[in-house]
Design a protein around this ligand. Structure first.
Ligand code: UDP
Length: 330
């Protein structure tokens, strides 16, 4: 049985991946500093409360366990905050990844699955976005992820580090088996924000611009279910453990939905009207973003289970109601 260290394993995509790996017979060890992660998401699992700025702390985890590979989620991921405070992002995302890699190499652990992002591409030049598209991130968050991708390339050449850098599009939805889901310190994402207008936590949702070059004027994004992301991480890990070479791979459904389509989906799923207001465009939002997932299908044998936006929204709504209850009883 392979032992896998999952950094950021108590976070949103991390916790779904932890459970996917656990279910598939991996021995999972979670490392999280719990700045964003939730202890209840990793109940019953071997967990280390360690911050990746602490090289000795990471070292201890590797001393106490024979780690075969790492899945590395731990990072800050608020685009706006990264513009306001890039130092925080470069230290936490880049420097801390260097710390992790240092300890991995010292312990002869040379396999890593990494959460990258479509934000590494920047302004899209064509659609669908494939892995060959140029990479010019337009915010520090995207820069940190691209910098790590470049570090991986050098470390592969020099030290034989093998990596799968998975570039996510818009993660959405929640597990139907476990009590885990999207639960951020500050919520900025479209689907939970819409749903929170229905739990009464927010008054309305602001549509950021309806003058984009799309059929209904609102931005189109590729919403991919978090359990589909989790299965892709498992497949990536299996490839690496079988001796595969390094890869960069997009993870999206290959289709997009507009902001207005997401609102309609929420209305269909919940049977309720969403209070909306039209606002200004948000800086740095391209009209349309969706993935080419041909490479993921070919290299990982990945199959997207959630191809219908209503099915994704249903799982997000089930979770949001549980979360609302949690928040109000705490
Ligand atoms: N969006 C919106 N109102 C909001 C939050 C997001 O209209 O309150 C739009 C945003 O402009 C983008 C889409 O919803 O087109 C998805 O945004 P989100 O922040 O969820 O993810 P991103 O694509 O930025 O990673």
């Amino acid at each position: 049985m392979s032992t896998i260290l999952v950094t950021g394993g108590a976070g949103y995509i991390g916790s779904h991946t932890v459970h996917e790996l656990n279910k598939n017979g991996f021995n999972v060890i979670v490392l999280d500093n719990f700045s964003e992660g939730h202890r209840e998401f990793v109940d019953g699992l071997k967990t280390y409360e360690v911050d990746l700025c602490d090289v000795d702390g990471i070292g201890k985890v590797f001393e106490e366990n024979k780690i075969d590979a790492v899945v590395h989620f731990a990072a800050f991921a608020y685009v706006g905050e990264s513009v306001q405070n890039p130092q925080k992002y470069y230290y936490n995302n880049v420097v801390n990844t260097l710390n992790l890699l240092k300890v991995m190499l010292e312990n002869d652990c040379k396999k890593i699955v990494f959460s990258s992002t479509c934000a590494t591409y920047g302004e899209p030049k064509y659609m669908p976005l494939d892995e060959k598209h140029s990479q010019n991130p337009i915010n520090p968050y995207g820069q940190t992820k691209l910098t790590i991708e470049k570090i991986f390339k050098d470390y592969d050449r020099a030290y034989g580090l093998k990596y799968y850098a998975l570039r996510y599009f818009n993660a959405a939805g929640a597990s139907t088996e476990k009590e885990i889901g999207e639960w951020h310190r500050v919520e900025t994402h479209l689907i939970p924000l819409i749903l929170q207008t229905l739990t009464g936590e927010r008054e309305k949702i602001t549509i950021f611009g309806e003058d984009y070059n799309t059929p209904d004027g609102t931005c189109i994004r590729d919403y991919v279910h978090v359990d589909d992301l989790a299965s892709a991480h498992r497949l990536a890990l299996q490839n690496l453990l079988a001796g595969a070479e390094s890869e960069f791979i997009n993870l999206g459904t290959g289709r997009g939905n507009s902001v207005k389509e997401i609102i309609s989906s929420v209305e269909r799923v919940t049977g309720r009207k969403v209070p909306t207001v039209i606002g200004a465009r948000r800086e740095g939002d391209p009209d349309i973003l969706y993935a080419s997932n041909e490479k993921a299908k070919k290299v990982l044998g990945w199959e997207v289970k959630y191809t219908n936006i209503d099915d994704i929204v249903k799982t997000a709504w089930a979770w949001e109601q549980k979360l609302h209850l949690k928040k109000s009883t705490n």
